[in-house]
Write a protein that binds this ligand. Structure first.
Ligand code: URA
Length: 195
């Protein structure tokens, strides 16, 4: 794919609206061989400014849940379905999701994670290719085919959901704790609780 160099999308102008609204392409972050790959929807304002996924308020919620589960943000890989900030923080359109999908599939192929964790409805529906009732399916693990290979995928609510609805906080924390069980303690991604 000529616009991707390893895990970095170096240049892309497939989505006119997003080229206009973004200030940069926001690639995934974290170790290229992470056991856990978190997939969000699209960058927001803070992510667009900093060039890194989940660095705004949602990112704080994610970081806290990871820490509570004995993990550090630096131990996991975090990316989005769409790498450019949509205008007015609207949801990415189907065409935009489709345009960005080869980059996501390539990232999944290269990282080859033990578990993909979808954060919110958009990534769950995008990767499971069906309607998902995120609140009731949160914590469930599925095995969709992605890029021609079966992958383990855990559904989670979006971290921002816990900011609007405190009852979602336990659902979110439980899903992240389930994800932590998929980390390989011999690969350097140790549970901090072990120390
Ligand atoms: N929400 C997302 O889905 N992705 C981000 O990177 C930040 C917030």
């Amino acid at each position: 794919m000529e616009q991707m160099d390893g895990l970095q999308v170096t240049d892309c102008e497939r989505c006119g609206d997003l080229v206009d609204s973004r200030s940069r392409i926001v690639d995934g972050t974290g170790p290229p061989e992470a056991d856990l790959l978190f997939v969000g929807e699209a960058p927001g304002a803070q992510e667009d400014a900093d060039g890194e996924p989940f660095v705004g308020r949602s990112g704080d919620v994610l970081d806290d849940a990871l820490r509570e589960a004995g993990l550090d943000r630096g131990d996991v890989r975090i990316t989005n379905c769409v790498r450019c900030r949509p205008p007015d923080n609207r949801d990415p359109r189907q065409a935009e999701l489709a345009n960005c999908r080869p980059y996501l599939e390539r990232e999944i192929e290269l990282v080859d994670p033990e578990l993909i964790v979808t954060l919110g409805k958009v990534p769950a529906e995008h990767l499971l290719e069906r309607d998902v009732a995120v609140t009731s399916e949160a914590g469930d693990v599925f095995d969709p085919e992605i890029g021609g290979q079966r992958r383990e995928l855990l559904v989670s609510v979006h971290p921002a959901a816990t900011l609007y609805d405190r009852s979602q906080a336990d659902t979110f924390d439980d899903a992240i704790a389930t994800a932590a069980d998929y980390t390989d303690e011999d690969s350097g991604q140790r549970r901090l609780g072990d120390f």
